[in-house]
Design a binder for this molecule. Structure first.
Ligand code: ADP
Ligand code: MG
Length: 230
């Protein structure tokens, strides 16, 4: 690993182990995971269902605190951060994309992209401008006033990509983002996301079952039974 890459590290998951306490049962999910995500790279996270991919993304996104180990995001160790600090870091550094678009049905495409910006205190004028710009890059300039129900699956997921990028994050965490799409739409959403990750020089960690897409990414990490498989 060269110095340039060390400079560009956005996420470092260090010795992450996770155990869920389900009633009186302990469910060991992750076992000493170490991984880094660098700016400008697409990193695929693959592995069978139930192996801990979503858990790892939730830990990386500071939504779940790991039982053991450290999450270093944008050079900050998040282990002992309070919830306010974590939520600020999440809002400014991370964009999330899920398998289903999770857009608000009563809001238009542009309003869905504006919302996270307004929550972070951006002015309405700036939020409109940024949202239009992102939706245009994603080929949705003619759909900005459409509600999610009037969009195709691929279009709705492109709005979700725009929303994830709305606050100019340095890291995208995507959990099966094309899992609900037909192969052509999946490839289209993936290609757009990939181009934006490169153009904006941000890191992107994508859990996926799609081996075609995993093969198109810069690197792939496979988890099996809670551990990284080499
Ligand atoms: P994947 O995304 O790879 O399919 P998950 O991270 O969703 O895997 O789940 C890994 C394991 O952890 C599964 O056995 C699942 O049942 C369990 N699990 C996930 N979330 C919870 C939870 N909140 N409480 C208890 N067990 C959970
Ligand atoms: Mg999952």
């Amino acid at each position: 690993m060269n110095d340039k890459k060390i400079m560009k590290e956005i996420l470092f998951l260090q010795n992450i182990s996770h155990v869920y306490n389900q009633e009186d049962q302990k469910i060991k999910v992750l076992n000493n995971i170490n991984l880094k995500v660098f700016k400008g790279e697409m990193l695929a996270l693959t592995g069978p269902s139930g192996t801990g991919k979503s858990t790892l993304l939730n830990i990386a996104g500071l939504l779940e605190t790991p039982t053991f180990g450290f999450v270093n995001l944008a050079g900050k160790n998040c282990r002992d951060m309070n919830e306010d600090h974590k939520s600020y870091l999440r809002g400014t550094q991370i964009g999330f994309i899920f398998q289903s678009h999770r857009l608000f049905p009563e809001f238009s495409a542009i309003e869905n992209v504006m919302l996270p910006q307004l929550i972070m205190g951006i002015s309405k004028k700036e939020a409109v401008s940024k949202s239009k710009e992102l939706l245009t890059i994603l080929g949705l300039e003619k759909r900005i006033n459409f509600r999610p129900a009037k969009l195709s699956g691929g279009e709705a997921q492109r709005v979700a990509v725009a929303r994830a990028l709305a606050n100019s994050p340095n890291l995208i965490l995507a959990d099966e983002p094309t899992g609900n799409l037909d192969p052509a739409s999946a490839l289209n959403v993936f290609n757009l996301l990939s181009k934006l990750v490169k153009a904006l020089d941000i890191g992107c960690l994508i859990a996926t079952h799609n081996h075609v897409l995993a093969d198109l990414m810069d690197r792939r990490i496979t988890i099996d039974n809670g551990s990284i498989k080499n």
